[in-house]
Design a protein around this ligand. Sequence first.
Ligand code: GAL
Length: 427
Amino acid sequence: MRLSCSVLTAVLAMTTFTAAQTPAPAAAPKAKPSAAAAHTVKSVAKPILAATPPMGWNSWNFFAGKVTDQDIRNAADQMVATGMKDAGYVYINIDDTWEGDRDASGVLHTNSKFPDMKALADYVHSKGLKLGIYSGPGTHTCAHYAASLDHEAQDANLYASWGIDYLKYDLCSFRTDVMAAKAPDDKAEQMKLMIAAYDKMGKALAASGRPIVYSLCQYGWDAPWEWAPALGGNLWRTTGDVQANWNSIYDIINQNAGLAKYAGPGHWNDPDMLEVGNGQTGRNGEVRLLTLPENRAHFSMWAMLAAPLLAGNDLPNMKPEIKAILTNKDVIAIDQDKLGKQGTRAYVDGEVEVWTRHLSGGATAVAVLNAGSDRTSNHPFHLDLAKAGLQGPMKGKDLWTGKDITLTQNMPVELASHDVLLVRVGK
Ligand code: GAL
């Protein structure tokens, strides 16, 4: 669905404003700058929030509604102890179910699981990490806790007073409270209402005076990649909720193919949080964990997609092989590449896909993903570099074995089911 004229005009006006805040390449001044020029230099030097995709951990995928203050403190401790902080993870994000009731002045209080949010923020900050929180534009969150409708500025100021650094804003009850109630059967009008609600919170966060990363969570409805950056959105979910099984992960990879042009420093497609290390309970109560190839492929493809890397596993009980995946610095470097160019799917050959991503300094990341069966482990896939827009031979590094590798035209690639070959070639 496209934006209507009036919304588009407003959105474009805001785009111009955002662009004016983006630092321009520095040029050596020849003469002493005038006062006005000095002022300009000062304002453009403001750092971009989320200049690379945000990295951290979020409570939902493992704890869901059970998360407590202690779990958040433990996650912060583990982030440091496991080396994840050193690998680049920064945000510790509390998802749904921290909210209590509003008092007579409309001020929102925490519930008994989170006795003192300011103290929690201070604790997380004392570890050199940042704290994220969750709300939504409706009356209620998805787990039926209080959300921000008609209290946007009050809530944004409250978050700032606590020292919150990141807000995930989830559509949830706004769909029924406002969209369906005010504009039944009118999808274009519903879209305008939704954009206005996200704009309202974007403005409230900006007015709070604290840099707070703004994460839109509305499941990719009405192409948020087209309008979210103009509202100050630093990331926007592109799909429904991820689940800890391969079909869900692969569906999401598929749904993000084609969105590369919308991502860049300060504004990212968000294919949802990581399920690395997680699993699901089957019908008979058995836990089916993602396999190691699946964990590797999931993490590799999120890096190719320049996705936010928000781990969602049980950090205090993380197995060494899962820690090794989440802290693979070469793979993280692909995700965090400062050019911010999201990878694209170069070609598909049956169940095998070849993706490429342009990196700073003229390097390239190449991912060969076996999305299906393990047929390529006994009938190797042959890599067609020309089809991928590359020219061999190309020397590089296999980012999962750490070994040198040379990519050549038609080279055989053996991959187990749901496994990946991830290579960095070039400078
Ligand atoms: C969903 C959201 C999830 C999680 C959950 C909490 O709408 O997509 O990531 O935040 O709500 O209730």
